[in-house]
Design a protein around this ligand. Structure first.
Ligand code: 7PM
Length: 256
């Protein structure tokens, strides 16, 4: 899964057309590099980020999803926590709903079910703005597992099919390095829930904490992490650097 971030300033200067083209070119490259999914994000729920109003998020992501759907043969994932964005993205051609709030938002469960699309349920402790200030767990692995089990149950109750559910421990979302490492070491416990697991750790703080590198120097660390995640059984790896990660995964798969 390649990450396509739609930043606010990409719409404030050059005009819609230029930005659509830039996004399309980025997505095209990721597909050529081996991405099977493009994750389109309007930056609504990033750690430390201010919430984005619905209309603005729609303006950012819907034209891009329409364009990618017209031009590329790839699964489009919409990274959102808002019910209306889920519905509109599905109409525009999205094929997966990726929700870092695991469908806890107002109307999300119903909206997601009505689209009929697969959903990715991610664990986050706390709210994006404050979640990294001293997160605490008694047992991070069982807490994440229990949370995801509960969210799965809500989805099934809503009528979302078992085959439509993907889970994600949410690396860096209300977690210290120690928590992230524990989740990685006990990856098999998450798989025991019986759903494909998505791993998103590309360029994240945990890579910086282990390697001592700034965000623009985390490629090698991110590839190492993705490779290990792959060997541990991750079904989907969410990354910025598709070409490099695909090579690493090919080697892992060929030699494992
Ligand atoms: C700033 C901080 C910008 C963090 C962006 C981020 C995940 C996700 C994100 C993940 C799933 C990033 C994050 N992370 N969706 N969306 N899993 N399913 O590093 O780990 O891209 S946003």
């Amino acid at each position: 899964m390649g990450i396509l971030n739609i930043t606010p300033d990409s719409f404030s200067d050059g005009g819609l057309f230029t930005n659509l083209d830039t996004a399309l070119r980025q997505a095209e490259k990721m597909v050529a590099d081996g991405a099977k999914i493009i994750d389109v994000g309007g930056e609504s729920t990033r750690p430390g980020a201010k919430p984005v109003v619905e209309a603005e998020e729609l303006d950012r992501v819907i034209p891009i999803i329409e364009k990618l759907h017209q031009e590329l043969n790839v699964i489009i994932s919409i990274d959102t926590s808002k019910a209306l964005v889920m519905s509109e993205a599905a109409k525009a051609g999205a094929g997966i709903i990726n929700d870092v709030m695991a469908m806890q938002g107002d109307g999300s469960l119903k909206a997601a079910q009505e689209t009929g699309l697969p959903v990715c349920l991610m664990h986050m402790k706390g709210q994006p703005r404050t979640m990294q200030s001293n997160p605490e767990y008694k047992d991070v692995v069982s807490e994440v597992k229990d949370f995801l089990s509960l969210r799965i149950e809500q989805c099934l109750k809503q009528g979302i099919q078992k085959e439509q559910i993907i889970i994600d421990p949410g690396f860096g979302f209300g977690k210290t390095l120690e928590h992230n490492v524990k989740l990685f070491k006990h990856f098999r416990d998450l798989e025991k829930l019986g759903y494909p697991v998505l791993v998103g750790a590309s360029r994240k703080t945990m890579i910086g904490q282990i390697t001592g590198k700034d965000v623009d120097e985390r490629l090698a660390g991110s590839i190492a992490l993705a490779t290990i995640a792959c060997l541990k059984g991750a079904a989907i790896i969410r990354v910025h650097d598709v070409a490099e990660t695909v090579d690493a995964i090919k080697i892992a798969q060929a030699l494992a």
